[in-house]
Ligand binder design. Sequence first.
Ligand SMILES: O=P(O)(O)OC[C@H]1O[C@H](OP(=O)(O)OP(=O)(O)O)[C@H](O)[C@@H]1O
Ligand code: HPA
Ligand SMILES: [Mg+2]
Length: 186
Amino acid sequence: MNGEWYGEDIERVVVSAEAIQDKVTELAERVSADLAGSEEDVILVGVFKGAVMFMADFARSLTVPVKMEFMALSSYGDATTSSGTVRILKDIDSDIKDKNVVIVEDIIDSGLTLSWLLKYLEGHAPKSVTVVSMLRKPGMQHTDIPVDYLGFDIPNEFVVGYGLDFAERYRELPFIGVLKPEVYQD
Ligand SMILES: O=P(O)(O)OC[C@H]1O[C@H](OP(=O)(O)OP(=O)(O)O)[C@H](O)[C@@H]1O
Ligand code: HPA
Ligand SMILES: [Mg+2]
């Protein structure tokens, strides 16, 4: 397993690097098929920082032309539970009016970030908005959130890796794993 340098901090691997890459290919094939022949521009909106790895891998696996936008949103900070407030650290740069928008997320946990983002982007009058997320946890508080393309449903535990952080660490791990509680509990 790549990532032994964090062996002390990781309790177990939840999704292996290989399973992630297989899922990226599968999701990209499905999205490409659904978007093929689209007359309007397709805009991927990557939700950073967490979606950095997924966005890069997913975009390279697509077989349809896209444009890319990046938003940076933050609600967790250095904590393992949501602050309940979504902050925009970086907004999209171009007009998405009448465009087909595909939100690329790493995880839907409480659902707050995605429900906020859907409302925010809808305010820019896109032609369509679909959502692709690598992970989803159970018990989403915002249950009416549509997830068009989902990688994995995972247990309700704090995970890191493949873009996901705890206090900005562990994003570079190629797999998704559960952090030992003693790492984040004092
Ligand atoms: O469904 P929710 O409970 O809203 O959680 C999901 C969001 O939380 C994380 O972002 P975070 O605020 O940690 O910012 P980051 O991506 O910069 O790590 C994650 O990357 C998602 O964007
Ligand atoms: O389980 C998680 N890990 C890291 N970041 C997160 N943001 C929401 N849920 C998580
Ligand atoms: Mg985070």
